[in-house]
Design a protein around this ligand. Structure first.
Ligand SMILES: Cc1cc2nc3c(=O)[nH]c(=O)nc-3n(C[C@H](O)[C@H](O)[C@H](O)COP(=O)(O)O)c2cc1C
Length: 271
């Protein structure tokens, strides 16, 4: 499967069918995670954790006792870097038929952090269960999805702009960026808040974060993880066009709407 098929097919899986994942598949996922890079070059240390072995659990997850977790040094841009690399792992698991859910909140965090031997200067942003999707969702999962409208996304022209925030970009005017931006639109995000906004200015594609209240705690911004996921999807879309883009962090000074802050710029190659 190519990236756009994987991105379109993925959804959070919270109800698993109880089957154990074969050890070689788990090993493949772990090895893939260990080489899943990010444009910030911030390394992440990965571990597979279990409910029996490590006590890890989540009140929203049923039918699997296997989880993957990543920790890293707490540095500027750790959030975006984690979002980018972890989403690669999510999509890789999806390609193997393994379901996942990004989990930043609903876990027994102190147990997970102990199992990961988290040091003072490290952070453990998220974990995910790994398992085979059950045929039917639990009542709790169905209610959760309805509560956060998990099956919906903002429209293309609500998220993407042509040169400035007062000029919405339509898919028909997005040229070759139509598909990469569509993959950005489909990104998962915490509580499905979808903070990513993009201003396309020639070859420069500027990413912005529309901040919701309550996501920055002790200087750590969970919505920047969402931004990393969105940037990962953008690069997946460019890859399919066999195009490359370099990441720079240089605010172009475009006037921003309220609560909207600059994140990073991709400069796409010519032609
Ligand atoms: C950074 C991040 C944190 C998340 N944390 C949780 C969580 O703690 N518990 C949970 O059940 N889902 C969590 N989610 C999953 C989102 O609710 C889900 O991705 C979103 O509602 C869209 O649904 P979908 O993934 O099925 O497309 C998180 C997602 C992201 C990206």
């Amino acid at each position: 499967m190519n990236h756009s098929e994987l991105i379109r097919a993925r959804r959070s899986v919270r109800t698993f069918d109880g089957r154990s994942i074969e050890p070689d598949i788990l090993q493949n996922i772990l090895e893939y995670a260990q080489i899943a890079d990010n444009p910030y070059d911030i390394p992440i240390e990965w571990k597979l954790l279990g409910t029996k072995a490590d006590g890890v659990s989540s009140p929203v997850i049923v039918g699997t006792d296997t989880f993957i977790a990543g920790k890293m040094k707490r540095l500027p841009h750790s959030e975006e870097a984690f979002g980018y690399s972890f989403e690669k792992v999510v999509l890789y698991a999806q390609s193997l038929g393994i379901g996942t859910t990004w989990i930043a909140g609903t876990m027994n965090r102190s147990v997970v952090e102990k199992a990961m031997r988290l040091a003072e200067d490290e952070v453990l942003p998220c974990i995910s269960p790994l398992g085979y999707k059950a045929d039917k969702m639990s009542v709790r999962e169905t209610m959760m999805r309805a509560g956060i409208k998990a099956d919906t996304r903002l429209g293309f022209s609500e998220m993407f702009f042509d040169g400035s925030f007062d000029k919405p970009l339509s898919p028909d005017n997005a040229g070759e960026l139509k598909q990469p931006l569509e993959l950005v639109r489909l990104s998962p995000s915490a509580v499905n808040k979808q903070p990513c906004r993009v201003v396309v200015d020639g070859r420069c594609v500027h990413f912005y974060e529309k901040q919701s209240k309550g996501y920055v705690v002790n200087g750590w911004d969970t919505q920047k993880i969402d931004m990393g996921i969105a940037m990962c999807h953008f690069v997946c879309g460019l890859d399919e066009l066999q195009k490359k883009a370099g990441l720079t962090i240089s605010d172009p000074g475009i006037a921003c709407p309220k609560d909207t802050v600059y994140t990073a710029t991709f400069r796409t190659e010519q032609g």
